[in-house]
Design a protein around this ligand. Sequence first.
Ligand SMILES: *[C@@H]1O[C@H](CO)[C@@H](O)[C@H](O)[C@H]1NC(C)=O
Length: 146
Amino acid sequence: MAASNARRKRCVLSIIAAVLLFRTSEAANFIRVRSGVFVDDKCKEFKFSGYNAWQVIEAAVDMCCGGHDALVQQFQDAARNNLTVVRMFGFPVQEGFNLQTAPGVYNEQAFRGMDTVIAEAAKQGLRLVIAFANNWNYNDLQTDWK
Ligand SMILES: *[C@@H]1O[C@H](CO)[C@@H](O)[C@H](O)[C@H]1NC(C)=O
């Protein structure tokens, strides 16, 4: 208990120091690592269960996977089952549907999908780990993404 309190005190001090030094709120409500453990913005240890989801952006804009309603249902089911973290692809995987279509040209629909995913996750108290790249070789995949 004493060690835990000392760790929490060091954590709070490190966040205050970061705010003073870098003039940032360290993005309130983000999970961070302090002394080797995940902590929330109140320096309380953050333990979690979660799952991977990859076509959430497309689902959010009704392009696949049951669409927006199924995405909402999935997040509600996750929250009801005490899952608190979703690791998602921060990009669509459907061929021809990209966040960026050319240098400096962005796909508004895909970004709306991303916004929707983030908003729906927040409604359920889910935290997101957003992966912005993967190592899949799309040439070798035999999957029909439609
Ligand atoms: C979720 O957590 C609550 C509170 O700890 C517990 O009562 C409930 O059984 C849990 N539900 C599942 C599906 O694990």
